[in-house]
Design a protein around this ligand. Structure first.
Ligand SMILES: C[S@@+](CC[C@H](N)C(=O)[O-])C[C@H]1O[C@@H](n2cnc3c(N)ncnc32)[C@H](O)[C@@H]1O
Ligand code: SF4
Length: 273
């Protein structure tokens, strides 16, 4: 497992924009059509980083996690500026993990190359499912082919350190269908997999559908079975189950997750709702 240095901080940056709002999602993000100005958000973020850095002089940083929302909507130049400001304001460790969350509908070849050049050394890709019908039900902005194409890009660009997010317990999903998704994900050989049980808040479109009984969730017994069978499958295929929802190839634990789970300190920039 990666060593965590308790005296070195992590940084979490929230990018609150998405191409469109997925029907299940309660994370704070605005659809891109909303009258927001990404450039002014970025400017405010940079000012905030410099301001906070003055409170932590010479503080060493072991991980930066740029999450969302959909941070892959930012340009490589914007990401590069964020990383440079952090480098200039703190003491960024030479081996710091710098992760970025990406959506298959918002990451093309040139952008990925630019992001790698900017210093991103770990991607987390929101795939959720390899089944187009399930993706449609979730209101995702991409289909399974686009997810595969993005994963092929990681492989072509020599980026070995990428995570795939999957959601299970979807309406109408059988254990077999879920395991098929998982198998397809593992066959892409990601260094890391995050498996999330669908959580529905009532104010989301899918939450409302569930409350009105327009959709039916598999139920607790099946959800447990989905989880346990997934854990066995991934362990049999060489993944370390190092945290409730997280699995990795040896040595590819997500440092940002470890910081959270070891109750280490981190600085976070999140807009207020
Ligand atoms: C903040 S999102 C970032 C990824 C990117 N925005 C995307 O979705 O492509 C992180 C992950 O949280 C998970 N997630 C979001 N809402 C969820 C929900 N209601 N239930 C379970 N998992 C959820 C998804 O797997 C998603 O990829
Ligand atoms: S799941 Fe990801 S892409 Fe979908 S709305 Fe939430 S943050 Fe945005």
């Amino acid at each position: 497992m990666k060593a965590i240095n308790p005296s070195s901080l992590g940084i979490y940056i929230h990018v609150p924009f998405c191409l469109q709002k997925c029907r299940y999602c309660d994370f704070y993000s605005l659809p891109l059509a909303w009258p927001v100005d990404m450039a002014s958000y970025n400017q405010a973020l940079l000012a905030e980083i410099s301001l906070k850095a003055s409170l932590y002089p010479h503080q060493s940083i072991q991980s930066i996690y740029i999450g969302g929302g959909t941070p892959s909507l930012l340009s490589p130049q914007q990401i590069q500026t964020i990383i440079t400001v952090i480098k200039n304001s703190f003491n960024l460790n030479i081996d710091a993990e710098i992760s970025l969350e990406a959506n298959p509908a918002a990451l093309h070849e040139q952008k990925m190359a630019g992001l790698l050049e900017a210093g991103i050394n770990r991607f987390s890709l929101g795939v959720q499912s390899f089944d187009d019908e399930e993706l449609r039900l979730m209101g995702r902005a991409h289909n399974a082919r686009q997810a595969y194409e993005t994963i092929e890009l990681f492989q072509r660009q020599g980026c070995k350190n990428f995570n795939i997010d999957l959601i299970y317990g979807l309406p109408g999903q059988s254990i077999e269908k879920w395991l098929q998704n998982l198998k397809q994900a593992a066959e892409c050989n990601p260094s890391h997999l995050s498996l999330y049980l669908l959580q529905l808040e009532e104010h989301t479109p899918m939450g409302r559908d569930a409350a009105a009984k327009k959709i039916r969730l598999p139920g607790e017994d099946i959800e447990w079975e989905m989880y346990y069978q997934a854990v066995s499958y991934l362990q049999e295929h060489g993944y370390d189950h190092y945290e409730l929802s997280n699995f990795c190839r040896p040595g590819y634990h997500c440092r940002h997750n470890l910081l959270y789970w070891s109750a280490c300190e981190y600085l976070a920039w999140e807009p207020e709702r």
